[in-house]
Design a protein around this ligand. Structure first.
Ligand code: GUN
Ligand code: ZN
Length: 439
């Protein structure tokens, strides 16, 4: 679409490098009075207001003082149908799936329900500044049509797919190896690459797929370059033991997926809480990504993610590509700010103090890199999509007071990720369009 050029003025903050490798100071770029020029949905220039103001007439500049303009936040693993079961009491993974998840997901046989929740979910994403997510739908192809239709109306860059599940689930939620292949193929042809939409081949996790289903998932992924593959990996000890029993021939949990050709660029593994050394190495060398889900891993009692291991360079490979994720409804908030705050606490319990710059990286540039989308989203750079979050730095009286006592941008960002919630979202731009405004 063609549209007139406009600009946002205000403090800007984004990552220009990987802080886990380059260090926080080198990787974080802060411009106290910045200007971001946008045309046709794309960022055309980023710099200081003083330097760039001559390039735009004052009438097209929107000024956001007392704010931070950030790249739109990225959620690398979330289940939109589970929006209705956030905060379900008392269970760990397998019981939680049976008692809550598999009950709720049956409602998505109804396309009207799927459409309504898709819109509610996207509205809530915008309210917390999330502009891209990797999304699980349900086993029903209609749940994918509903979601992609809504996402395309919202103009959001979204990754999503139909859950494939041909065993160990209630009958109304199961497909067959062949039908999951045929339905997935039709959905790829209908949606992948349409506008800003990307398809993710989505075997739920090893326990709910037969070997044949995983084999066909691998074939489909190979035959459709550019599509994603998303699933769950090593979240919970009972789950890991179950996988050992179901796939006795495989060396470890990741090896099940590896065996069926389900590792590599554009694969995204949710959780990865309990991995052995061979699994870490294989994830790194294959270019696979991890979606770390801190609020889910504490809420479901799954365990503590190993930040130090994930982010350690492993020659010849770099660290494992890692993004943050909410994993709603196992996770307790759709807010990536809240997720950053909880990631810090998970790190603390494992002796790792995740800095604000690193947490922001995992929700923006690092998440984009995990998804092989760093040339489109996750940073404030010319040529990238104008997906932007304007954060109010004074969203509550207490936060406003606390900000007066911040020494630098690192502390200010850390306080925001520790304290702020959806009230801090002042505005969200999606593809250069104002998609949400608090007032
Ligand atoms: N493992 C398999 N399915 C799921 C799910 O829906 N949520 C979580 N947290 N883990 C899973
Ligand atoms: Zn999940």
């Amino acid at each position: 679409h063609r549209s007139a050029a406009f600009a946002l003025r205000g403090p800007t903050l984004s990552l220009v490098d990987d802080p886990f490798l380059a260090g926080d100071e080198a990787a974080l770029r802060y411009e106290p009075d910045g200007l971001i020029l946008v045309k046709d949905g794309i960022i055309t220039a980023v710099g200081s207001h003083a330097m760039l103001k001559a390039q735009v007439p004052p009438g097209v500049v929107t000024h956001y003082p007392d704010s931070l303009i950030l790249p739109g936040l990225i959620d690398t693993h979330v289940h939109y149908p589970q929006t209705q079961i956030i905060g379900a009491y008392g269970a760990q993974l397998i019981d939680w799936l049976n008692e809550y998840t598999f009950v709720a997901e049956q409602q998505y046989a109804d396309p009207d329900h799927a459409r309504a929740v898709s819109r509610l979910f996207l509205d809530e994403c915008l309210r917390v500044g999330t502009t891209t997510a990797a999304v699980y739908c349900t086993v029903h192809p209609g749940s994918v049509d509903a979601f992609f239709q809504a996402a395309s109306e919202y103009g959001m860059r979204m990754i999503a797919g139909k859950v494939m599940m041909d065993r160990n689930a209630p009958l109304p939620l199961t497909d067959t190896a062949q039908s999951s292949h045929d339905d997935t193929l039709a959905l790829i042809n209908r949606w992948h690459g349409k506008g800003r939409l990307h398809y993710a081949i989505t075997p739920r996790f090893a326990p709910t797929s037969t070997p044949r289903q995983l084999e066909l998932a691998g074939e489909l992924w190979r035959q459709h370059p550019g599509t994603y593959m998303q699933t769950h990996l090593s979240e919970n000890q009972a789950e890991i033991e179950w996988v050992r029993q179901l796939f006795p021939g495989r060396a470890n949990y990741l090896d099940v997926y590896d065996h069926y050709g389900l590792t590599g660029p554009r694969s995204v593994f949710g959780h990865a809480v309990h991995l052995d050394e061979r699994e870490w190495q294989r994830l790194a060398e294959s270019g696979s990504a991890i979606a770390h889900c801190p609020t889910s891993n504490t809420f479901l009692g799954s365990g503590l993610f190993d930040f130090a291991r994930a982010t350690r360079p492993q020659p010849p490979a770099r660290p494992v590509r890692t993004g943050l994720a909410t994993d709603v409804g196992g996770g307790t908030s759709l807010s990536m700010l809240r997720t950053m705050g909880e990631a810090y606490k998970v790190g603390q319990l494992g002796g790792y103090s995740l800095s604000a710059a690193k947490a922001l990286y995992l929700a923006t540039r690092g998440a984009a890199r995990a998804l092989y989308l760093e040339d489109r989203i996750g940073s404030l750079e010319p040529g990238l999509d104008a997906d932007l979050l304007v954060l109010d730095l004074k969203s509550t009286p207490l936060i406003e007071f606390r900000m007066k006592h911040c020494q630098d941008i690192h502390e200010a960002l850390f306080v925001q990720m520790t304290m702020a919630d959806d009230r801090a979202t002042k505005a969200v731009y999606v593809g250069g369009r104002l998609a949400y405004s608090r007032n």
